[in-house]
Write a protein that binds this ligand. Structure first.
Ligand code: ADP
Ligand code: MG
Ligand code: ZN
Length: 590
């Protein structure tokens, strides 16, 4: 299903009622279709756009939840063009407003804005226009601050409303109303005044945040008594998701990626996202040496170079853009067949967004993420100032570590959407290969690792994840080695366990700032003390058959059967998967 409409509890609407809004026999239907092609130059509606447009044109209050980039704006811009007066659009940022005004200008729709930087004359003209016989613009963009602070604006809106000129009110990024959301803006809290003063003007709230608690909050704040909520699915059925383990040896990922591009993605267009500008340059250089037409892209490049790379890639003259996340805005290439992440994203939302640039033409495309231990800490220090930065990173880490759940259900549940594994259609590595894992008791390993951090602590030393890894593996001077229980685990197993313990709260992050950089140290987490208890145990899921078979853990751990589709595993492993299986000996690797 491409989306669903959920009436609010007690609203009395049913799915059947809503189905009728998918029709094209409304009084405005012909006009809407015509404007879609003539003005907006689009050939057909995307899922839920038509329903949303019909609902708001019918005068219903509406919340529209759709992933970014799917086309929410059209759902109020097209109605604006088909209505006699004007549409008031509340928009949180002047930059967003300017983007919209610019794109409306290119299609010849007249739209204006009022914000802190508007000139006096312009504001005067806009305010006067509101009540003119023939409204001189179709859309009026304002910041919430304007609504909150300008009595003049409110009084003009009042007049326009009573003159029948205020067609509807769109609240973009409506989640900004709610303190539960990630982008709370105090002035959004005051927007309830609009519905109270202009009860007959339909409200349409737009957001990519689907959390029901946030939406309920927004409904209350906006004083909208009985809105409908349309929720587009976040699922991208044509995208194949896979996570591969990145070796300590950074050349490994580079080799693997170039092989993929030369073989599986020969002549196909793609993006590789890297952590840093330096990585982007180096990787692009490495790929070029293999004969791949790759170009770097990052915010430190000259504007002209950036747009040249973008253009050449769009024209299929450059096969691969190796980019930092600066490469994002304004990409509307539809035939992107692969998005490779050379290191993990800072959150699942970011990953969804970045990987989602693949397969916009709805044809199959691959999203492959290389998960490396050291990258966790690079990202962690990068997001150190962000409010819930670490928490989001840990969720991203959990996505990478997943062995027993479909990757797209993990992603979907992040957006409060329920999918079951069948919806995946074996379009992720977990589903495709059968969830072939075992549960291993790692309690003793956890104790050993925690003891090393305690030891460092007792000597008033800070320990980096790298130092911890190496100490545990016995790569320390002899004197120290005597105090440490050295492990026989492989390096990748050590890394997997340390990452898992961090994710589970046995360790936590301890940042240290210098004028030029931030350092990540491991300290004991809130759960570390539990390990003192003999009865406490820690288990972790691991791949049953690591490709090279040299796992120490799998041969001696407590094993429990994992995957319910184990019987299928052999058969499916033989199939042409998303891509060839890597060669690392990591228990998580596929
Ligand atoms: P959102 O607000 O949901 O993030 P936008 O409204 O900014 O998304 O639209 C993103 C892009 O999708 C725009 O370039 C827009 O032109 C395009 N778009 C919207 N509707 C359609 C459609 N029906 N067909 C093709 N492209 C569309
Ligand atoms: Mg938008
Ligand atoms: Zn799956």
């Amino acid at each position: 299903p491409s989306g669903s409409a959920q009436p609010w509890p007690d609203s009395g609407s049913t799915k059947q009622d809503l189905q009728r809004y998918e029709n094209t026999d409304f009084p405005w239907s012909k006009e809407a279709q015509k404007q879609l092609s003539d003005v907006f130059q689009l050939c057909k509606f995307r899922p839920l756009q038509l329903t949303a447009i019909n609902l708001t044109m019918s005068g219903r209050d509406l919340f529209l939840v759709m992933p970014t980039g799917r086309g929410k704006s059209l759902c109020y811009q097209l109605p604006a063009v088909c209505s006699p007066g004007f549409t008031l659009v509340v928009c949180p940022l002047i930059s967003l407003m300017e983007d919209q005004l610019m794109s409306l200008k290119t299609v010849g729709v007249s739209a204006v804005s009022l914000n802190a930087s508007s000139s006096k004359e312009h504001a005067k003209w806009v305010l006067a226009g509101m009540t003119e016989q023939e409204t001189p613009y179709k859309l009026l963009y304002v910041t919430p601050e304007k609504i909150a602070k300008s009595k003049l604006l409110m009084s003009r809106l009042e007049k326009a409303y009573h003159a029948g000129k205020l067609d509807r009110i769109a609240v973009d990024e409506v989640h900004c109303c709610s303190q539960w959301g990630h982008d709370f803006r105090p002035d959004y809290k005051l927007l309830g005044i609009l519905k109270r003063q202009f009860p007959k003007a339909p409200v349409i709230g737009l957001t990519a945040t689907a959390t029901s608690s946030v939406l309920k909050d927004c409904q209350k704040i906006l004083s909208v008594p009985d809105p409908l909520t349309l929720t587009a699915s976040f699922n991208r059925p044509n995208l194949y998701y896979e996570v591969r383990i990145k070796n300590v040896n950074s050349e490994h990922a580079m080799e693997d990626i170039s092989k993929l591009i030369l073989e599986k993605y020969k002549d196909q267009s793609g993006i590789i996202y890297t952590f840093s500008q330096k990585d982007a340059e180096a990787l692009a250089e490495g790929l070029r040496k293999k004969g791949i037409v790759a170009q770097p892209y990052h915010s430190n490049m000259e504007a002209a170079d950036k747009s040249r790379v973008h253009q050449q890639w769009t024209a299929n003259k450059v096969q691969v853009v190796v980019a930092t996340v600066a490469f994002g805005m304004g990409i509307d290439k539809t035939n992107v067949r692969f998005v490779i992440h050379h290191s993990l994203s800072k959150s699942i939302e970011n990953y969804y967004q970045e990987s989602g640039r693949a397969g916009r033409d709805d044809k199959p495309a691959d999203c492959i993420l290389y998960f490396g231990f050291a990258d966790i800490f690079r990202i962690s220090t990068m997001v150190v100032m962000e409010n819930v930065g670490q928490q989001k990173l840990m969720q991203m880490l959990a996505y990478c570590h997943t062995l027993d759940r479909c990757r797209r259900t993990v992603m979907a549940s992040h957006f409060d959407e329920v999918l079951d594994d069948a919806d995946c259609n074996r379009m992720c590595d977990v589903c495709r290969h059968g969830n072939d894992y075992i549960t291993v008791d790692i309690t003793q390993h956890a104790r050993e690792a925690v003891q090393i951090v305690e030891l460092a602590d007792s000597m008033s030393e800070k320990i980096t994840p790298l130092k911890l890894t190496e100490s545990w593996m016995g790569k320390v001077p002899l004197r120290r080695r005597k105090m440490i229980q050295v492990t026989t685990l492989s390096r990748l197993e050590v890394e997997a366990i340390l990452a898992y313990l961090l994710m589970q709260g046995y360790f936590s992050e301890d940042f240290s700032f210098t004028p030029y950089s931030t350092f990540f140290y491991m300290k004991l987490g809130r759960k570390a003390a539990l390990l003192k208890n003999d009865k406490h145990s820690v288990t972790m899921k691991m791949k049953r058959n690591p490709p090279s078979g040299d796992s120490v853990m799998v041969s001696r751990g407590t094993q429990r059967k994992g995957g319910k589709r184990e019987e299928q595993t052999k058969k499916e492993n033989g199939e042409a998967g998303g891509a060839p299986v890597g060669t690392s000996s990591n228990p998580f690797s596929r």
